[in-house]
Design a protein around this ligand. Sequence first.
Ligand code: UD1
Length: 422
Amino acid sequence: MDQILVRGNGPLNGQIAIAGAKNAALTLMPATLLTDQPLTLTNAPRLSDIATMTQLLRSLGSEVASLADGKVLAMSSAAITNHTADYDIVRKMRASILVLGPMLARDGHAIVSLPGGCAIGARPVDLHLKALEAMGAEMDLREGYVHAKAAGGRLKGAVYEFPFVSVGATENALMAATLARGTVVLKNAAREPEIVDLAQCLRRMGAQIEGEGTSTITIQGVDSLGGATHPVVTDRIELGTYMLIPAFTGGTVECLGGRLELVAAFAEKLDEAGLSVSQTAAGIQVTRGGGDMRAVNVRTEPFPGFPTDLQAQMMAALCTAQGVSVLEETIFENRFMHAPELLRMGAKIDVHGGTATVTGVKNLRGARVMATDLRASVSLILAGLAAEGETVVSRVYHLDRGYERVEEKLRALGAQIERIKE
Ligand code: UD1
């Protein structure tokens, strides 16, 4: 397994291009299953999760071509030739569950392996299933697989209120509803930019949707959808991750393609911590002047709140801030696995349940650390940029799931970072 070696070497400066959103692409790709016409995504990120989704879609009968060095995904699903999403693919990536709604909506039946548990908590899919049941699906769980059938062969109109906000469940329900007979109203829906992006793509395909970006989405089902070409929205998590670089190293970094409305709650915290954040014509610029970072308190929330996917990176940045910061994780249980690794680098962190208290220390020191999940792994690399000496991060396959060419991007800013192939 590859490792990443980082040496702290002072301020980093320059521009960094932000890719299309992983989490948007992973829901836009299954939308190909809703139509027999071609669906093309531009601004796609080059990530191993995209390769996994490609493999899954091909197993169902879709054609997926990766063009323009992976930035364009040309998909076509003339017919779904296999309606079973196999355990061997689903276990690699939870987002695989997103093929369920589209297959069920188009052909009235689907079998999908239940995604297993995952390092950041139990993460069930019950809300995905309940929303589809409200639209008339019958669900049967057998030997680890969900067997879903639409009564009468087609999903129907419904009003469904999510008991709490779920991004994935909203996406599955939204895709399924586009082909329902009648009107589907989704209440307490997720409002993430990736949902808005999905709704825009579906509308290009001919879907009738209103209210995306608010907590009530109304979908008027249509008989069929057509093809479209759609650009994937900017990755706000990659954006937020790289906006934090000056917190670790000092200097000025401009994140190309960034827009403040994608990361408003996060940018406010950076400002409170003493970084200066501004929108430029090309993106978002972040500078750390002379002073130290100041401690801030953070509570993760669904969008538009502070994203759980930026919590690990923020915690790493606060390790050397002046004062005591309290981070509260409200979305996932067990999402502080980066804390013990940061302790190995000299950080002072106390974790109690869903709350972590970080007492700022003067410096971090390089160490051998292990990545436990996607966001944790990048937080350790960032910490390594600030640490004295050498940091070696192992198990970086997590990183390749969600960050495109990370060493290349950081090296262009002047970072000393290399991949050790094994
Ligand atoms: C998506 C993102 C992930 C991000 C998360 C929260 C993708 C591919 N992944 O994940 O990066 O961290 O949103 O912003 O887009 N839950 C249930 N039952 C369900 C579904 C969810 O109990 O059926 C719970 C989860 O365990 C969690 C909470 O709801 O506690 C939020 O999860 P959800 O928003 O669904 O996250 P994902 O869609 O899995």
